[in-house]
Ligand binder design. Structure first.
Ligand SMILES: Cc1cc2nc3c(=O)[nH]c(=O)nc-3n(C[C@H](O)[C@H](O)[C@H](O)COP(=O)(O)O)c2cc1C
Length: 369
């Protein structure tokens, strides 16, 4: 209420990226000030064992995560953690430092409760990010690292593409609890062609080869690797991806990234025509259908459901459709910092109504190791 009526209208008067940067530095300060972060944490975190689950041998205290793109360089991870997220995904990171596309490159569509972005993987590059993560305190929740392709590497030079992703993976290997390979951003020219069967197989095999070779302690498993897919794929293309995932032995899937579709928008005028990926409420159904399809085809595959989650009901729908975990980005912008708590509280209510004892019981077919 307070956020809807007072804070959001004020924030929405300013440029999206400027507000984003200010919020990030505020959360960074929160994360670096123990008393403050303890206060914020106690106001936002829902402690309830029924929300806890094991996946990829990691413990997720609750299923609500921060989606990639919000904290690209991992600047405010502990601040985000204090807002009650059960896990975080930072990035996308590329091997080379990139400025991204010219500004403005994020646009709000309030009538649709949506965003269009064409950031273009702006990030400090793998080496700088590794240096910073090495000096920072680790967040207390599982951390995923999202990896993209450097723009300069031609997408049709598959060997160079694989080397580019592998470089980032190995640079950041020690800092991620799991890794998300991203061939699905609409904002790097040609990137989405890497979702095609042969290219994807070469990319994922390359990453897994490095993953299996990487030095690790006895009994430590290789890093969990997930793939993030676009919502604009055909059913046949999704099935091809699932075949590759099965063949290569990939641990899970993140569904979905932003859409290039503009179907059904209420917003008319120039902003709806901006080039980039659309996120938020208009994406909700499309992502949900994809989660459903993946779970039906491959019931043991862990799914992180993302796209248009603004409420506990949206999150519940994704989990009921087969997602083990969910993530938010645009919902967080529109609903404010209380969203993870509201979702977690709401999930507990739905569980009580349906007699569900533990969130993991909803998808018992999923492979958890
Ligand atoms: C400004 C912005 C930047 C994003 N950057 C990335 C990114 O770097 N890597 C990625 O995999 N997804 C990125 N995403 C996509 C989100 O992680 C998410 O998949 C998508 O926005 C759908 O979720 P939502 O409807 O909750 O926003 C970005 C989204 C936005 C709005």
């Amino acid at each position: 209420m307070f956020y809807d009526k007072l804070v959001r209208p004020l924030l929405f008067q300013h440029d999206s990226e400027e507000i984003h940067d200010r919020v990030l530095s505020m959360l960074r300060r929160v994360g670096n000030t123990p008393v403050l972060s303890a206060l914020v944490r106690s106001a936002h975190t829902v402690h309830d064992k029924r929300l806890e689950q094991k996946l990829f041998d990691l413990t997720f205290a609750n299923p609500v995560g921060l989606a990639a793109g919000m904290d690209k360089a991992g600047l405010a991870l502990r601040g985000f953690e204090s807002l009650g997220f059960g896990f975080l995904e930072m990035g996308g990171i590329t091997a080379m430092k990139q400025d991204g596309n010219p500004k403005p490159r994020i646009f709000r569509l309030p009538e649709d409760e949506a965003l269009i972005n064409r950031m273009g993987f702006n990030n400090p590059g793998a080496e700088e990010v590794a240096y910073r993560l090495g000096r920072a305190r680790r967040p207390g929740v599982p951390l995923g690292i999202n990896i993209g392709k450097s723009k300069i590497v031609p997408v049709d030079d598959l060997e160079a593409v694989v080397a580019d992703y592998c470089y980032t993976f190995l640079k950041l290997y020690d800092y991620g609890d799991f890794f998300v390979i991203n061939p699905s951003s609409p904002n790097t020219p040609g990137l989405r062609s890497l979702q095609k069967r042969e290219a994807l197989k070469a990319l994922l095999e390359g990453i897994q080869r490095q993953n299996l070779k990487a030095p690790r302690r006895p009994h430590e498993r290789p890093k969990p690797i997930l793939v993030k897919i676009a919502p604009d794929l055909t059913v046949e293309e999704i099935d091809d991806i699932l075949t590759v995932i099965n063949e290569v032995g990939i641990d899970g899937i993140v569904a979905t990234n932003t859409t290039t579709s503009r179907d059904g928008l209420k917003t008319n005028g120039e902003v709806a025509k901006e080039v980039g990926g659309l996120s938020g409420k208009p994406l909700r159904r499309q992502s949900l259908e994809i989660v459903k399809h993946i779970h039906k085809q491959f019931p043991s595959l862990p799914i992180i459901g993302v796209g248009g989650i603004f409420s506990a009901e949206d999150a519940w729908d994704k989990i009921a459709a087969g997602a083990s975990l969910v993530q938010v980005y645009t919902g967080f912008i529109y609903e404010g910092p209380g969203l993870p708590r509201r979702i977690n509280k709401g999930l507990l209510k739905f569980m009580e109504c349906d007699g569900v004892k533990s969130i993991g019981d909803l998808n018992i077919s999923v492979n958890r190791s």
